[in-house]
Design a protein around this ligand. Structure first.
Ligand SMILES: NC(=O)C1=CN([C@@H]2O[C@H](COP(=O)(O)OP(=O)(O)OC[C@H]3O[C@@H](n4cnc5c(N)ncnc54)[C@H](O)[C@@H]3O)[C@@H](O)[C@H]2O)C=CC1
Ligand SMILES: O=C([O-])CC(=O)C(=O)O
Length: 286
């Protein structure tokens, strides 16, 4: 469950009509920095970076200096009063601390550590009570539009097969707990087969896409995940296979890693696309 135990404050605070929507970015890793750079360069009209948080405040100020010298770097607990929306892109363990204050105040949270949502159902309920909203963009995955549409009917089965370069999986608790050593692998190794819930627990920094697929479709216990470490790969690849009463489909994505080898470059772009859709006169896709 969430560690967030803050107050439930109603009604939601709002920004001045016509003013840019104020974004808080937590934190300044591969995704956060890409979002800040895009907004600062004017690629997302109508939005402004109001504040960021980081583990090392001085290092973050130095990182921001060339692109956003005036943006305040503040502790996570100080973000909410400064912004309308938070972009959560920090280690999963900080999820409740980052998202809680925003949804408690009827605000939106765009979240990337989607695996953490499986143990923070209380925050979804909280958002339901306050009028806040938790938005999980497609991130590094594809086809969530078709999965959510199929879920309006009956989905018979959903499976995802993830293949990652070895360095995209190193350090995952599941590997350490089960004594699986992939560092010296010379051919593809199947390291996990189970449910999306088990995958989120065992690979908290590597498999948010499994949790996203589960939440879009039939839930974490009915979604099947297979994970392979493949030393020949340079891209994180995800193939999903869906069988529903409305359609059957299988789709795959090959993600070019960002500066963080666990994270595909497309993830930060999906945040920009999700934010843009919030105010766009035309929305394409569900
Ligand atoms: N939904 C999706 O499809 C995807 C989700 N993700 C998830 O998004 C999140 C962010 O990913 P990346 O940007 O690649 O991670 P990253 O590791 O590049 O950045 C995380 C940042 O959080 C900072 N941090 C650590 N402790 C902190 C603290 N106590 N307070 C504030 N900041 C702190 C780190 O210094 C780092 O700058 C991760 O949870 C990752 O698993 C990543 C890729 C795809
Ligand atoms: O799901 C994740 O956390 C990251 C991922 O697989 C990718 O970027 O391809």
């Amino acid at each position: 469950m969430s560690s967030f135990e803050g107050p439930l404050l109603l009604p939601p605070s709002t920004s001045t009509p016509g003013a840019p929507i104020r974004l808080a970015v937590a934190s300044l890793g591969a995704i956060g920095m890409a979002v800040v750079e895009a907004v600062q360069s004017g690629r997302l009209p109508g939005f402004t970076i109001a504040a960021v948080s980081a583990r090392d405040i001085e290092a973050a100020r130095a990182r921001l200096a060339p692109v956003a010298p005036d943006v305040p770097v503040v502790p996570i607990a100080e973000l909410e009063p400064l912004a309308d929306i938070v972009v959560e892109c920090a280690p999963a363990a900080l999820f409740g601390e980052i998202v809680g204050p925003f949804v408690a105040n009827g605000k939106k949270a765009v979240v990337l550590s989607i695996g953490a949502l499986l143990t923070h159902g209380d925050l979804i309920e909280l958002a339901g009570r306050t009028g806040g909203q938790i938005i999980a963009p497609s991130g590094a995955l594809l086809a969530l539009d078709a999965v959510t549409a199929a879920a309006e009917g009956t989905i018979h089965s959903i499976k995802m097969i993830t293949r990652k370069p070895v360095k995209g999986l190193l350090g995952a608790p599941y590997l350490e707990e089960n004594g699986i050593d992939i560092a010296a692998a010379t051919e593809p190794v199947k390291v996990f087969s189970g449910t999306a819930r088990e995958a989120a627990k065992g690979f908290p920094a590597n498999l948010n896409v499994g949790a996203a697929l589960a939440l879009a479709g039939v839930g974490p216990d009915a979604t099947t995940i297979e994970i392979w470490a493949d030393p020949a790969l340079t891209r994180n690849t995800h193939r999903i296979e869906v069988d529903a009463d409305s359609a059957s489909f299988s789709m795959a994505i090959e993600n070019i890693p960002s500066e963080n080898p666990k994270t595909g470059r497309i993830t930060a772009l999906s945040v920009l696309a999700a934010l843009r859709k919030m105010t766009a006169p035309l929305r394409v896709g569900t």
